[in-house]
Design a protein. Sequence first.
Length: 300
Amino acid sequence: MSIVDLFSQKTVFSFEVFPPRRNAPIETIYETLYELQDLRPDFISVTYGAGGGENKQSTISIAEHIKNICHVPSVVHFPCIGLTKEDILEKIEEFKTAGIQNILALRGDIPEGMENRGDFRYASDLVAFLKENGDFRISAACYPEGHIENPDKVADIRNLKTKVDAGAEYLISQLFFDNEYFYDFLEKCDLAGISVPIEAGIMPVINRRQVLRMAGLCGVNIPKKFQRILEKYEDNSVAMRDAGIAYAVDQIVDLLTHGVDGVHLYTMNNSYIAREIYKATHSLFNSGEKGEKEGTSASA
Ligand code: FAD
């Protein structure tokens, strides 16, 4: 069954991982993958070049490992910034050879001072090109608080609709710490005629500096309640980790109560945190209207 078909049957639960840093052997992530596999996610996505220091070649190898060894569907992130059509066609061949079917089509962030941005300006161009050149199942990114480059939030939603119309079958959201932004966003998407499933991106925070950096880069609001947690526990790593897990659980419970299509956990390759969140929420994924009966699910 394709990933998009799962959304009509259940509340999807998925993870994101990133490849080991440059020079670190690919095997260093395997143990994490086996631990994540035990939590029965519906899919695991693998980032590509997002952190700068990642080994880009290993994204495909990790996605293959997730699919073939862990027997969990995998999704490859694919940013097209700086690539020509020929580069992309080459990559498409690599995907086909590796049996990669699921692609999160992205534009990618524009590095400072970049002159040549490649052949495609927007992710919607990549979505259309992938559809023309392969039999892929394509997803795309969305931004509940708006994309940081675009002050015009209405245009941002219109652009998202263009991306969906080009062939993105479901969307995965940017992280957010205030669920109200997500619910407002869902309403706007509905009004704009965007009817594909939208997964909520949740990042459990374990470090104050990391969250402030991420929030700054992404233009994400940090609610007062969360700011107080960051300030109080910044020097106590165990307390910070536990508070970060509790905050993420609280967000997820609220999202599930609102009947969201799915939850995508930015694991930061930390299986301990993923497991704690799974333990606290997995029974909720299996209850309610869309929930599958216990034991029949391939996921949480
Ligand atoms: P687009 O959809 O192209 O949007 C980019 C901007 O262009 C927006 O402001 C949009 O409003 C505007 N726009 C779009 N279409 C038009 C149009 N037709 N006319 C005018 N303006 C338009 N980055 C990585 O490098 N690697 C990763 O692995 C990665 N994974 C990610 C996973 C998720 C779930 C998310 C949310 C983001 C991820 N990113 C990753 C970051 C992403 O690459 C950046 O946020 C990037 O700045 C935008 O990518 P996009 O695909 O959303 O771009």
